[in-house]
Design a protein around this ligand. Sequence first.
Ligand SMILES: *Cc1c(COP(=O)(O)O)cnc(C)c1O
Length: 412
Amino acid sequence: MKIYDFEIDDNVFELGKQCEAELKERFAAVEKTKEKNFYKVLDSFRKARVSDFHFRDTSGYGLSDPGRDKVEEVYKNIFRTEDALVRPQIISGTHAISITLFGLLRPGDTLLYLSGAPYETGEAIIGIRKAEGSLSEFGVKFSQTDLSKRTEEDKIKKAKVGVIQRSGGYSFRKALTVSEIGEMIKKVKKINPDMIIMVDNCYGEFVEELEPTDAGADVVVGSLIKNMGGAITPTGGYIAGKECCIKKVEGMLTAPGTGREIGPMLNLTRLFLQGVFFAPQVVSDALKGALFASCLFEKMGYNVKPRFDEKRGDIVQAIELGSAEKLIAFAQSVQGVSPVDWDAEILPSPLAGYENDILMAAGTFVQGSSIELSADAPMKPPYVAYLQGGIYFEHSKLASLVAASRIKSISK
Ligand SMILES: *Cc1c(COP(=O)(O)O)cnc(C)c1O
């Protein structure tokens, strides 16, 4: 059948219908979480007494910016932390992670990843992959363990900062749930109560009713062109946590001594606030899209992570396609249903901070936004596509149906 220009295989369409019927209860649970998170966000705005006057612009140094203070207060309320930094000067999730680690660590300290290998761009920050100015050049040592599999007491005792990555990144592991993160933190703090725990919260915000800071994390960080920006915040990142941690980090945000006192909002205050106001809504649609893709591609015989009936920790859906041809067809299908640049040719290419060539489909309004419907994948076996975002469930659904139809014709 056809929906406008899009050719959808009749069997795939039928499978899609079955999925929607089977997912009814899961969708209802997603909406329940949205409702709870919306109330939390609304309460956070009301407690901060956000006013129309806060949307006024500041420039230059951005000294005494009451709008910026309100943004940070709203985040503090949402994450139930003592403090938060939320700025357009934090350019990405990677940048937020970098600022935080450089702020918390000193020469001779050890950084321990508690959830296995770090996200690809983290390898350069740490110096696992050679990069000018990495933590390793400043004498910060690194080790990793996978606490969900084993406990290595000696490593835990030695570390100053421990990192837990909520989302799986390109590792094809299931994202951690907040309760799993809480268990990990409890285990670690029993062995080393002084360890500072940072959670890389990218893609996880508003997926559950609680956030890692409700489960004992000292600091959480993330990107505003993912979940927290509600698909309309055009740039930025956040760092929320204990006052003592934020104090160490703010010098890295601007300069030691100057810290958080400067940083103009560049007329973005309204979009920062409106974005987080929309976020529970957008995350809920993105989650439904991920569930649909999980169900559909499993019915097509592919290995997916997570499966549609598993508890989710993030909005990312991984689909193991098994061949380069199918992976490219998947990415091209996602691009092809996009509102912007639908006719762009998607080819694997190098991307700053990543080791392998990356295939990236993102016909998005905000460059590189992955809370808008997008797909990416490192070009290597077993050719796993990572699908995420989608402001409309219907958009993600269309993308999955089109991609599944194209891929089906390849397997014939
Ligand atoms: C996206 C992501 C990052 C990096 O964020 P960017 O904004 O792309 O730099 C870091 N960690 C995880 C788990 C991510 O998903």
